[in-house]
Write a protein that binds this ligand. Sequence first.
Ligand SMILES: [Fe+2]
Ligand SMILES: [Fe+2]
Length: 480
Amino acid sequence: MNIAQVDYDGLIPNNVALGQDERVKRALEKWHPGYINWWNDMGPEGFQESLVYLRTAISVDPKGWAKFDYVRMPDYRWGILLAPQMEGRKVNFGAHKGEPAWQEIPGEYRAMLRRLVVIQGDTEPASVEQQRYLGKTAPSLYDLRNLFQVNVEEGRHLWAMVYLLQKYFGADGREEAQALLQRRSGDPDTPRMLGAFNEKTPDWLSFFMFTFFTDRDGKMQLEALAQSGFDPLSRTCRFMLTEEAHHMFVGETGVTRIIQRTCEAMKAAGIEDPNDIAAVRKLGVIDLPTIQKKANLHFSLTLDLFGNEISTNAANAFHAGLKGRYREDRLKDDHQLESGTYPVLRLVDGKIQTVDTPALSALNMRLRDDYVGDCNNGVSRWNKVIADIGIAFEIKLPHVAFHRHIGEFSSIHADADGNAMSDAGWERRRGEFLPSDADKDFIESLMQPQFEPAKFAGWIAPPKVGIDNKPGDFEYVKIG
Ligand SMILES: [Fe+2]
Ligand SMILES: [Fe+2]
């Protein structure tokens, strides 16, 4: 069997020879109806019968793995796709560095590994739930299609984690796989596991910010798990990352197009001052200070996903060879980190200070710093658009101490520059940093659907090129 090719014969497309694995095949076939029920209940509302121009993976070869066609979303061929096994792959870090990568789970690491897989798995359906009402206000058919592409792929990422649970974790894996279909984003009784995945995604600016900031956390976590000494996890994450790249693209270009439209409208109307919010809003576009506030919100919520600054869980997972650093295989050090330190921003006697910390316990911060760097690359591309049009404004990521709910800085209030604030000061000035009710109302007032081919809502510029090189008037979604 050619591992790069996907077998589409059975109910569950796969490249893991599921046909020869009766036990797992049966377990997944049993899980499947529950998944479809979940998708029908919690997937995109109002568009389940629409024909959507979607890509489906037909191979795991990075060149040309996708095929585009019109699909009803409930008929999407979700499947199990692992990147090809690498001959002679080794554990690349931690205490087992140099041993052959594991094809089965070492007994001692079972619980730790299950937790990593369940937490990753829980985020995938959560974002679909958060985004389920957005279709109704899509600014174009192009954007509607991109939303649905992201949604079906998050569904497939759930399949990816469920496959690992069913194949390698026996009865408790099956239980966890069921529980992944039962928790609900934002539900007071059975919420999703992580805070940012219980927040609302009420409008399209939020959606683009979410895919830019929060899907990028997903990318970082997948990069770290792709380094895993447990080979099936590594292979799963490597293929997921090829899909994740599109989610980053949707977020970055979505915000870019909003910024571009705002700046062009300001120029055309002769408005020089980006802080003249009333004048800018009269043009029916989103003012740059409000875009900044949305970035502050989504960035700070996403930082919480990296966990505590000092973490024994992260140290243990690295030591065990289960979760590496960002691009571990390209780093030049001993890959064991038993000695050495890493600088971590901490709260010392009420002051924010850099503290050299044992490198192993600082791994969450290392990943978070790599994340912030990756975000900043995207933000500077946004700023280039603003500068090229000639508006004097720069989007800036807030300080890591700003608006935090997890870790060192959750006990203080800080402004966007990281200056500590009193409770009263924070309450008074909160609206300078985070979207106010008035900001939300204004954005909501713009969220009117535009479902005509070739047309775009007035607050967002058209994309430079179509998906799959389609022309501008292509009907990406036949709503029906
Ligand atoms: Fe995902
Ligand atoms: Fe994603």
